[in-house]
Write a protein that binds this ligand. Sequence first.
Ligand SMILES: C[S@@+](CC[C@H](N)C(=O)[O-])C[C@H]1O[C@@H](n2cnc3c(N)ncnc32)[C@H](O)[C@@H]1O
Length: 379
Amino acid sequence: MLPQLLHWFASCPRGLEELLVRELAELGITASAVPGGVAFAGGWDACYRSNLWSRLASRILWRIGEFRYRNEQEVYAAARAVDWPRYFGVERMLRVNVTAQKSPLKSLEFATLRIKDAVVDRFRDALGKRPSVERANPDVRVHAFLEADRGTLYLDTSGEPLFKRGWRAGPAEAPLRENLAAGIIMLTGWQPQEPLLDPMCGGGTLLAEAAAMARGRAPGAKRRFAFEQLNAFDAALWERVKREPAAKETSPQLYGSDNDAKALSAARRNLAEAGVERWVELAQADVLERTSPAPSGVMVMNPPYGERMGTPDELARFYPRLGDALKQRFAGWRCYIFTADLRLPQLIRLQPSRRTPLWNGALECRLYELKIVSGSHRR
Ligand SMILES: C[S@@+](CC[C@H](N)C(=O)[O-])C[C@H]1O[C@@H](n2cnc3c(N)ncnc32)[C@H](O)[C@@H]1O
């Protein structure tokens, strides 16, 4: 029998760790934050529930081994000491991922290969057969995290990362990851009874996440999880977790616009695929000319920022005009701008009331809060 109290690590975009602790608390899970994620102890119900319901986590990893090491050989020995056939069947396709922080090893690729050899050797010794390796579409992912002299081995219970909700219909320009978008919406403090507008909505990620929250939709309802491939999978428990009562449904008022017709049609397709299109009013408009759909509300946007779209000079000309448009037409609104362009507060000529650091992958960004009052002060 596997032990009941298991150890889990939920990874998330950096900057969202505390929010993830709070989100998991609402699922009855007590977690503690570390950079890049949160750790918690619990049974399989906690694993299934967090995979199904977390809007912020990227993956839920099951910690199955910890070790000390100085070189590749010791990493191999530690991975070889794990009873892998106890965890998954030899017919499962395997992938090994290694991430490291301050590891003395010269090549992570070689470490990855050694861990894969260790898993395969353990199977061969026990069963005379070995699992095959599949990089693109594995059934089982083993993750190793190597620090200066310690390593941790995990089995991934999510599979495809959790920000893949199963509704993205087609490619869009520079879309946000769904879990980062959900985090941004949560950081705005938006309540479903308030109007919400994304006037640079692109493929509609922020709108889809806000709609899913308001409708009480489980973010994982349309996808599968890697825990279904593990020996410990308890189908009856999974059915029970899926039947647990969902959050309350509300009827949000969501608005999206973009000046690009292609972006809008991607948004339309994504929102339909997510089953939330009836809650979102979409229109083609330039943010500089867009009128406000309600006397007050929450505006959230992710303008292009140099890295992928829009040159720095174009943006430097755009921000002051955006600031003017907000002051003229959005008095009474709370505006949130997510960007990697740290010149924004100066150039937009509005004083942010809050700036939250967040990472979009390796890119350091900020979520700026601007409260627009009539005649908002110029600096
Ligand atoms: C970084 S993308 C937004 C991505 C979106 N948050 C998502 O996750 O799908 C920026 C969007 O701003 C739009 N855009 C650029 N300039 C605009 C303007 N002046 N008015 C309205 N939309 C604009 C672009 O067409 C693009 O879709």
